[in-house]
Design a protein around this ligand. Structure first.
Ligand code: B1M
Length: 210
């Protein structure tokens, strides 16, 4: 089995060690981090989602798959963050209130950092008030991630809270996550929508005119 297949299978089975090992050896043998990510890790998580929907996987299987993916991402991280972080701007990233999915947000964090911006990771289950506080502390942009249709309204809640605090015009707001669309971004008055982590990084740079 090739390294990409080992990573794919390892994530599906939640075999953290196998994923770490195959990622290390794959990189050492000349596969790129982007290849391992886009051709093995992300498709594997897609399949985990499909199995969950088909009632073949349950939450525990999703959890160990996520743990294995995170272990693999930690190996790829230094390769993905190629440029050194320069003070081009400060971006606070978080998964919105009520939502605990953080793999996509972590990937956005890696790519935004790779684009030369400083990232403040607010973590998961981030309330509108916590985003407001980040802006008060001087962040130039905030990025909101949501993976559940039930938590997407918290994106609008965050924009409303920024308006109420009189801070909306001071900050660029970027949103993303599997159920999120450009249409939703337009509806709630976000400044931009990122389809994936690479698009998010390019967009945040553009929004900040860097
Ligand atoms: Co959950 N889960 N989950 N889950 N989970 C989904 C999202 C789901 C689609 C599965 C399914 O039914 N097919 C479904 C949501 C249905 C819906 O709302 N429409 C679901 C559900 C229902 C749930 C629970 C409610 C299950 C339960 O308890 N009954 C529960 C909710 C918990 C909570 O948050 N309150 C739950 C729990 C979990 C785990 C904790 C077990 C685990 C998360 C672990 C973790 O993240 N640490 C988990 C997982 C792993 C998934 C799936 C399988 C994979 C998500 C993932 O990591 N994808 C997911 C199914 C799926 O997505 N196919 C599913 C890989 C990641 C790289 O992609 O996050 O989409 P993604 O990020 C992409 C883009 O979306 C974008 O860039 C990223 C990479 O390019 N992006 C941004 C993301 N954020 C961005 C922000 C940006 C820009 C781009 O700007 C700021």
């Amino acid at each position: 089995m090739g390294h990409k297949e080992t990573i794919y299978e390892g994530i599906l089975k939640g075999n953290m060690k196998a994923v770490e090992e195959a990622a290390k050896v794959g990189l050492a043998e000349g596969l790129t981090a982007a290849e391992l990510l886009n051709e093995a890790m992300i498709p594997a998580m897609g399949e985990v989602g499909r199995l969950f929907e088909a009632n073949e996987y349950y939450v525990p299987e999703m959890l160990i798959a996520a743990r294995a993916m995170k272990a693999g991402l930690a190996i790829l991280r230094p390769e993905l963050v190629k440029e050194k972080v320069e003070p081009l701007g400060k971006v606070a990233l978080g998964t919105v209130k009520g939502d605990l999915h953080d793999i996509g947000k972590n990937l956005v964090s890696i790519m935004v950092e790779g684009a030369g911006l400083e990232v403040i990771d607010l973590g998961v289950d981030v309330s509108p008030q916590a985003f407001v506080q980040a802006v008060q502390e001087g962040d130039d942009a905030i990025g909101l991630s949501a993976l559940l249709t039930t938590t997407m309204p918290s994106m609008k809640g965050t924009i409303d809270a920024l308006e109420e605090a009189g801070l909306r015009s001071r900050v660029r707001v970027l949103i993303g996550g599997a159920p999120v669309t450009q249409k939703y971004a337009d509806e709630i008055g976000a400044d931009g929508y990122g389809r994936d982590a690479a698009a998010a990084a390019a967009l945040v740079k553009r929004l900040l005119n860097k």
